[in-house]
Design a protein around this ligand. Structure first.
Ligand code: PRX
Length: 628
């Protein structure tokens, strides 16, 4: 491993005095120590704040690398996200404020959301959906998306949500792998005033997907699209006449809650499996501890429900703590670059959780846009998805946080289910560093043999103890699950390189595998390569990520053409479009380079590292394994 020294100098931002006393559980050092000395007590105390139909026999059964958390316990996560609040003081509290792309709004109190969820749950039951059945979602940013997610969990079905920006091949792969019985979709998604047809993508994706029995279509535009009566059903027809009452399915703590696909190092995405009990405890804990969500807060997470951030911190976590959640279809630059800040002012947003790519975009257009609005309601800012680089941190802190708000830069993954490393409210902040592991999380930076590396040296980030919201399996692929735990014995290897400073703050440097993070979204190099090779002109391809000020990384594809094809602008555009249509716009390469050969190891593996170095004009490092 390249143990080069990293420059760790960073200014320290001391939080405003009003935040220094922030304590939910006590001071960080003490709580952290206690949490790792006696993890079962720590997690049991948190779980005890939630409602269970039956308490656990054991907090943790750890049979490396398999964990069973709260085994023997019975629950339904929606009983904690809905019934618990409706039966207590939050009955008429606002649960969700939705704002559409065109500025229209809809509001659901906890009671109203509860009723809509139960009604849709009854609709699902009517279709014969049972506990354990998989339901695939391909939905836009509308309240019915959240209603359907919760309805699915209410009856014990397993949701597998596919981000509605993915193309038909990506959707098809996920439907087939999860063997979804039902697909829930909409006619269109509306972004920047434009309609994006979702239904036709579903139509393509279900060809040769024999598991799919029905499709529910939420029609949001007129004239209503026609449905194929044998198989397709209108959202409202399904729930018409259904009762507003549906008892929750009582689930075992270890029953599946959802599968969420994430990109890996091969062309096939991994179906990360999360289960009911531990996931609920992890997302509840972090929503309360990291975001400090209180009844008076208006919490806005800008993520799409199709990503893990949407699952954990738009839906389950904030609802488990009883938050008022702003859920917005709005893109940050439409109708103009002030719309997000106008919304902060308008709704009195207090906690804003967003991504570095959005912050960098705002930076580019200057301070005049946010400066037009009153942002005084804000009290906590959050970031997720990729490193919050020091320049973006500084801008977020000064321009949005008015040089006094805490920024929680939360490091975590689809696989971890919950925040793992972050500066917490009240701790000194260091731009470029995510922070320290939160209580209950044992993280370290190690070399290839698993020995801890000293502060200042690069190494692999690992987690050394199980945590409740950890993934339990890779759907249909036990081997890939074990791979996470086999790379370094005794550890969960996350796939990121990182470095620690002398105070234990962790800086995430980037992926150690062939996953490229573009605007906070994981893209597997191999997925894009196989989409390219799928095109008739391409014989071989290699895809790398190149650092970019705005998006974090750009995708650059090297392509060897088949005999009889010549590279040029026309073919470049055709290949880009081909990737866009098969995988979706986020996976589209920014540049395509036509080449005669690719650097390979003697065993035939493409050395993407060499291409990346060449692209960036830096030293490619050790070339001893290069074939030619
Ligand atoms: O490389 C890390 C980066 O995103 C990866 C996880 O991606 P995904 O499963 O899609 O989940 C994203 C949302 C949780 C990580 O392995 N990443 C995520 N958050 C951060 C980050 N890198 C640096 N700083 C972060 N705060």
């Amino acid at each position: 491993m390249n143990e080069e020294k990293v420059n760790l100098k960073a200014p320290v931002y001391i939080p405003d005095s009003s935040y220094r006393d922030y304590r939910w559980m006590g001071d960080y050092e003490t709580v952290y120590r206690e949490s790792v000395e006696n993890p079962e007590k720590f997690w049991e105390d948190i779980a005890g704040e939630l409602e269970w139909d039956k308490k656990w026999d054991n907090v943790l059964e750890w049979d490396y690398p398999d964990a069973r958390w709260f085994s023997g316990a019975k629950l339904n996560i929606t009983a904690n996200c809905l019934d618990r609040h409706v039966n207590n003081s939050r009955k008429n509290k606002v649960a969700i404020i939705w704002r559409g792309d065109d500025g229209c709004e809809r509001v659901f109190t906890y009671r109203q959301l509860f009723r809509e969820v139960m009604r849709f749950a009854n609709g699902l039951k009517k279709l014969g959906i049972k506990k354990g059945d998989r339901i695939c979602f391909y939905m836009p940013f509308v309240p019915e998306h959240i209603i359907a997610i919760l309805a699915c969990a209410r009856i014990g079905a397993v949701h597998t949500i596919v981000y509605a920006g993915f193309g038909s091949d990506s959707l098809h792969q996920r439907i087939v792998d999860s063997e979804a019985k039902l697909v829930i979709t909409a006619d269109v998604s509306i972004r920047r005033g434009k309609r994006i047809d979702l239904k036709s993508i579903v139509d393509e994706a279900i060809v040769n997907a024999p598991s799919v029995e029905r499709i529910i279509v939420y029609r949001r535009t007129k004239p209503e699209i026609e449905l194929y009566a044998e198989m397709e059903l209108d959202y409202y027809s399904l729930i018409k006449g259904e009762s507003f009452h549906c008892d929750p399915e009582i689930m075992d703590a270890e029953d599946p809650l959802f599968i969420l696909y994430t990109s890996g190092t091969t062309g096939v995405p991994k179906g990360i499996l999360h289960t009911c009990g531990g996931y609920m405890v992890g997302t509840y804990y972090t929503s309360k501890y990291v975001f400090d969500i209180k009844d008076s807060d208006v919490y806005w997470c800008t993520a799409d429900p199709g990503w893990i951030t949407g699952h954990s911190y738009l839906v389950y976590g904030p609802l488990a703590v009883g938050a008022t959640i702003l859920f917005s279809e709005t893109t940050p630059d439409y109708p103009d670059l002030g719309v997000w800040w106008e919304m902060v002012e308008d709704f009195g947003v207090t906690i804003l959780y967003t991504a570095p790519t959005a912050i960098r975009m705002f930076m580019k257009y200057g301070e005049s846009w946010p400066d037009k609005y009153n942002l005084e309601s804000l009290r906590i800012l959050g970031s997720v998805g990729e490193p919050l680089n020091p320049e973006a941190f500084e801008w977020f802190y000064r321009v949005i946080g008015k040089s006094k708000l805490p920024i929680v830069d939360t490091w975590w993954q689809t696989e971890t289910g919950m925040h793992m490393i972050t500066t917490i409210v009240g701790q000194p902040m260091k731009p470029g560093f995510a922070g320290k592991p939160i209580p209950g999380v044992v993280a370290d930076i190690v070399d290839n043999e698993g020995n801890p590396v000293e502060p200042g040296k690069k190494g692999k980030l690992v987690i050394k103890a199980p945590w409740p919201s950890m993934m339990r399996d890779v759907w249909n692929n036990r081997e890939r699950y074990e791979h996470y735990w086999n790379d370094i014995p005794g550890c969960y290897t996350v796939g990121d390189m990182a470095v620690k400073d002398k105070d234990g703050y962790i800086m995430i440097i980037g992926r150690s595998d062939d996953v490229i993070i573009v605007s906070g979204h994981n893209i597997g190099s191999a997925e894009v390569e196989s989409a390219l090779v799928d095109h008739k002109a391409v014989s071989e391809s290699a895809v790398v990520g190149i650092p970019d000020d705005l998006k974090g990384n750009l995708i650059v594809a090297y392509v060897i053409l088949k005999e009889g094809f010549t590279g040029g602008e026309k073919l470049e555009n055709e290949l880009k479009y081909h990737v866009r249509m098969t995988l979706g716009p986020i996976s589209m390469p920014s540049d395509i380079r036509f080449v005669q050969s690719l650097p390979k190891t003697r065993s035939g593996k493409i050395m993407r590292r060499v291409l990346r170095a060449q692209e960036m004009g830096v030293d490619p490092g050790d070339l001893s394994t290069l074939e030619d």
